[in-house]
Design a protein around this ligand. Structure first.
Ligand SMILES: *Cc1c(COP(=O)(O)O)cnc(C)c1O
Length: 389
């Protein structure tokens, strides 16, 4: 379908397979294994001579529908669904890298990804160098003869810094490395990294793809050849997505376009309003002309997305007062939900980072991150203004 239909159509229809009952809505196949007609057929399935399902750690029809739909949306040849965003990143690295290989990663990636690369993979002989995401010369300088993978998230969390994907892909390819982009914040509705030259797209489907804060899930997308390695790890090691979660995310995708548009509209309006508040020192949102990389962001993303960060005057005390005075907005770390969420990065997601490192990364004590939901933006403003009014 992917060549002939628009993204909103693909989100609703791509990948659908019907069973013998001709159900209209996609079915959930809650079964761990699949039955063969004969010993010969079992042998052929296991031997790969006959395509078809064998066991749900390998493939499951509901999971396959999600993989095919997501592949169509990202413009990828193949998608491997996983049990969470973190297992997607793990499967990507375990499927494609070996001991002795090297990763160059943005230092502004999801905190758990920093732990995975910096601590766990290091124990298995894969080293990572962290660089400032927008500094292309730093990426170039970090390259070693054994560099296999560049890893970036754009826009970044929480400061919404943007990385030039096309330029970074060029540097990666000149260095003989693959570029992986964690596209969690934009989703394919706002940004398609493979079109810009990236080799691999990673998703935490837990966020906008589900979009309603219900289940964990993840995905790795790219060429058939690269995904063969990732799938090989998945079917052997087993961080497989459950059929139920795949179905929830599949249904989430059907409304992805209208949700991303609405999240973006609300976020832009909130960012503009925050910029006009005397108690706000600075707003970070790629959709605002005041964002230092506004032009680049608008070139590679359709909108500024749904995440807004801002510094309040008065540091931690003022920031906590704002958080504690909310009555509607949820004090929680999740994002990409219909419900607006607020976090104080310095004392939560980035509390394990030293104060100096936080300051160097621009994460001050007065910084707050809002993942703007689908409530009325007037109600979100009222809720945020309460604590500091
Ligand atoms: C949440 C998140 C992850 C990890 O996803 P899980 O589904 O929680 O494992 C990875 N990258 C980004 C950008 C995230 O926001």
């Amino acid at each position: 379908m992917s060549d002939t239909f628009d993204l909103e159509t693909l989100a609703v229809r791509a990948g659908t397979q019907r069973s013998q009952f001709n159900e209209h809505s996609e079915a959930i196949f809650l079964t761990s294994s699949f039955v063969f007609d004969s010993a010969a057929q079992a042998a052929d399935r296991f031997g790969g001579q006959e395509p078809g399902n064998i066991y749900s750690r390998f493939t499951n029809p509901t999971v396959t529908m999600l993989q095919d739909r997501l592949a169509a949306l990202e413009g990828a040849e193949f998608c491997v669904a996983t049990s969470s965003g973190m297992s997607a990143i793990l499967a990507c690295v375990m499927g494609l890298l070996s001991a002795g290989d090297h990763i160059v990663a943005s230092r502004s990636i999801f905190g758990t990804t920093v732990q995975l690369f910096g601590n766990i993979l290091k124990r298995f002989g894969v080293e990572t160098t962290f660089v400032p995401l927008a500094d292309l010369a730093a990426w170039q300088q970090a390259v070693q003869p054994n560099t296999k993978l560049f890893f970036v998230e754009t826009p970044s969390n929480p400061l919404t810094e943007v990385c030039d994907i096309a330029a970074l892909a060029d540097i990666a390819h000149q260095s003989g490395a693959w570029l992986a982009v964690d596209n969690c914040f934009c989703t394919p509705m706002l940004q398609r990294p493979l079109d810009l030259g990236a080799d691999i797209v990673i998703h935490s489907a837990t966020k906008y793809l589900d979009g309603q804060g219900r289940v964990l899930g993840g995905a790795v997308l790219g060429s058939k050849q690269l995904m063969e390695g990732v799938y090989g790890f998945l079917r052997t090691a087993g961080p497989t997505l459950s059929a139920f979660n795949a179905w929830v995310i599949l249904k989430g995708l059907e409304t992805l376009k209208i949700r991303m548009d609405a999240h973006s509209c609300n976020a832009l309006e909130l960012a503009q309003w925050l910029e006009a508040q005397p108690w706000v020192e600075r707003v970070y949102y790629p959709g605002l002309p005041s964002h230092t990389q506004h032009q680049l962001a608008m070139k590679q993303q359709k909108t500024g997305g749904g995440i807004v960060a801002f510094d309040v005057r008065g540091g931690k005390e003022a920031a906590w007062r704002l958080v504690d005075a909310t009555r509607m907005v949820s004090i929680t770390a999740n994002l990409g939900d219909t419900k607006t969420t607020i976090t104080h990065p310095a004392t939560t997601t980035h509390s394990r980072v030293t104060a100096e490192a936080r300051a160097a990364a621009g994460i001050g004590d007065g910084l707050l991150r809002v993942a703007v939901g689908l409530e009325s933006v007037a109600d979100i403003k009222t809720d945020l203004a309460r604590g500091l009014s």
